[in-house]
Design a protein around this ligand. Sequence first.
Ligand code: NAP
Length: 247
Amino acid sequence: MDLKGKVALITGAGQGIGKGISRALYEAGADIVVADIDLSLAIETAKEISFSLNRSIGVRMDVSNSIEVKEVTDRIFNEWGRIDILINNAGITRDGLLIRMKDEDWDRVLDVNLNGTFNCIKTVLPRMLRQKYGRIVNIASIVGLTGNIGQANYAASKAAIIGFSKSVAREYASKGINVNVVAPGFIDTAMTQQLSEEARSDLLSRIPQARLGTPMDIAFAVRFLVSDEASYITGQVINVNGGMLMV
Ligand code: NAP
């Protein structure tokens, strides 16, 4: 899979799955923009994944802030001339049973996970259309397909990402733009490290492969979807979950 000459923007990439995706795309030859709400994490990751600093940079970008998304992507277009690959990976949880869920926790999860994905695609798409080329992968979740107790906000945001992605895929399929979704199961990152021992062993008992996934398990699926080998794949949801959900 040769991504030489391609510019990839990965959101929420300072750590976890986004960092794994940045590493995999860098190793396939792409130039990488590591974007995260935390600038120092973004810069650190850009340095860590890269042998040549000319091929990766770290930037601060809060995906829920459409003005900031426009400023940062304008800067990338000015300095690097294009964005070929957009990975909407930034995501957060604010868990709680619905009856006790605070309005601000509902709003913030929708703002980052769903509106953030909308902001980035809306901003980058016009230039991808001019390039007649774009590869977009949105990171949803197994929970967007199954639902999960305590995660009504998160599940709603991830299910919405799937419908949104299929719509955008249909609208621009004839214009050289592919839009796909990767739905991870439970992956060993900061997001899942908060689980209690009991919750973790209950989870493992429900995963046929009996292990949590790694960021690279997700990154390799993303790398395939943005490669030329996947050019006839659009509007799909790829489940990467150790067999926890089979559809
Ligand atoms: P993570 O380790 O928490 O990393 C996510 C990164 O995104 C963090 O650096 C976070 O910064 C950053 N971020 C938060 N809000 C942001 C914003 N508004 N704009 C830009 N960046 C922001 O999470 P992860 O586990 O790698 O998850 C990555 C994606 O995979 C998410 O969309 C998540 O929903 C999805 N996913 C994860 C799992 C899993 O089991 N881990 C399963 C299914 C789906 P802060 O740390 O400062 O908030």
